[in-house]
Write a protein that binds this ligand. Structure first.
Ligand SMILES: *Cc1c(COP(=O)(O)O)cnc(C)c1O
Length: 390
């Protein structure tokens, strides 16, 4: 039995082969591997797609976050790094890179719980955290993560940030092309941080990332930081990195960028089929049965994630595995329970019970934009017949 994978990058490559091969061939001809013409072209294309003034290619999504936070420390504090007493609010229910970037910028994360209806950071919890005495006055910014491709409640988050004079760095690693109130995610906060890791909605053939912003100072600091901290090699002002986006990656991503809207629509179609088919399954909570926000934008389903009502997630996964269907858990351990964050003195607001509950009950189904209708139908039917599991 051939197993249905979470993602099938071979299939995607075959679909785009002519465009991708031609793009690589052009790089082989020009041999401009560092800051070649494709890098600037990709930056311009994505800036106009997002409707932002500046985009800066960089080495990964993680580095996009670090670069944003470092640039903001330089701009806001006039220092290379944030300090331990500078707190940055984020969600514990995310990939480790979100919290890791905060630590690497010199600040400490203040973890705030999620809304179980969206799996995203809960604005009312951010408000409460900001008003509670140990933290008020110490928070410098917020890093909302648009988890699984679904936008956070950016209206509320931007209001809170304005009231308290905070920056907002959007982690858009899972949500390229997603929208909130007609605006592209990554164009709303102070900066947006994108990842071109191969499995992301817009993925390269290796690591890559991008920072988007309307702030000219932040853009300039990021541009310096990716090339050792200076305008050129011999006029270095900041503690920089070698964190450029490779020409080759930019060329591949440019070729794949042609397909991003089509592929996101394909993802949405698959998610709709899952939602319709699985809505009635007693033991499961699917995304469509969750909180619907008036301001809900376009969810681009980086992952299709549901959760079990009981403590039988592993049984579901085992049953699906036996039937040739892959599943994955994003994320089994919330960040506040990881050693690195405990040791670094990260802070938690309240008990973070929703994040802990989600980490024990969620699982994701295959979400390959080119997956056949039959495969999607088979997955739905298999889950519908999962009576023995519950
Ligand atoms: C993938 C991811 C990152 C990191 O991106 P890389 O390009 O792998 O460094 C950061 N945050 C989230 C939410 C991610 O999913």
């Amino acid at each position: 039995m051939k197993k249905i994978p979470m993602l099938d990058l071979q299939l995607e490559y075959q679909y785009m082969k002519a465009d991708v091969d031609a793009a690589i061939q052009r790089c082989l001809e020009h041999q401009r591997w560092i800051f070649g013409p494709e890098v600037a072209e990709l930056e311009q294309k994505i800036a106009s797609y997002l409707d932002v003034k500046h985009c800066i290619g960089c080495s990964s999504g993680t580095d996009a976050l670090v670069l944003s936070l470092r640039a903001l420390a330089i701009k806001v504090k006039g220092q290379e790094y944030w300090e331990e007493n500078d707190l940055i609010i984020t969600t514990p229910f995310t990939f480790t890179a979100t919290g890791d970037a905060i630590l690497r910028s010199g600040a400490r994360p203040l973890f705030v719980d999620i809304d179980l209806g969206t799996y995203n950071i809960a604005p009312e919890q951010i408000r409460e955290a900001l008003d509670s005495s140990p933290y008020s006055g110490k928070v410098v910014g917020i890093v909302p993560v648009h988890l699984y491709g679904r936008g956070c409640e950016m209206g509320e988050i931007i209001d809170i940030a304005r009231e308290h004079g905070l920056f907002v760095v959007e982690d858009v690693a899972q949500a390229f092309g997603g929208e909130w109130m007609g605006k592209k995610l990554g164009s709303i906060g102070t900066t947006g941080c994108f990842s071109f890791f191969p499995s992301k909605n817009l993925g390269g053939f290796g690591d890559g990332g991008m920072v988007s912003t309307d702030d000219a100072d932040v853009a300039e600091f990021v541009r310096k930081l990716i090339r050792h901290g200076g305008k050129d090699k011999y006029n270095v002002e900041h503690i920089g990195y070698n964190a450029r986006l490779d020409t080759l990656q930019a060329a591949i991503i440019l070729a794949k960028f042609i397909y991003i809207d089509e592929f996101n629509e394909r993802r949405i179609k698959i998610a709709e089929a899952y939602n319709t088919g699985l809505n009635e399954v007693g033991g499961l909570i699917v995304p469509s049965s969750q909180k619907l926000l008036e301001e809900d934008g376009k969810h681009v389903y980086h992952q299709y994630t549901l959760r079990t009502k009981g403590s039988n997630r592993e049984k579901y996964q085992e049953y699906l595995n036996e039937n040739g269907i892959s599943t994955m858990v994003y994320y089994p351990t919330p960040l506040h329970e990881m050693k690195v964050f405990e040791q670094a003195g990260s802070l938690s607001f309240g008990h973070l019970e929703n994040s802990e509950y989600a980490s024990k009950s969620v699982f994701s189904l295959p979400m390959e934009p080119l997956q056949s209708e039959e495969a999607t139908g088979f997955i739905v039917d298999t889950i519908k017949h999962s009576v023995n599991v519950t």
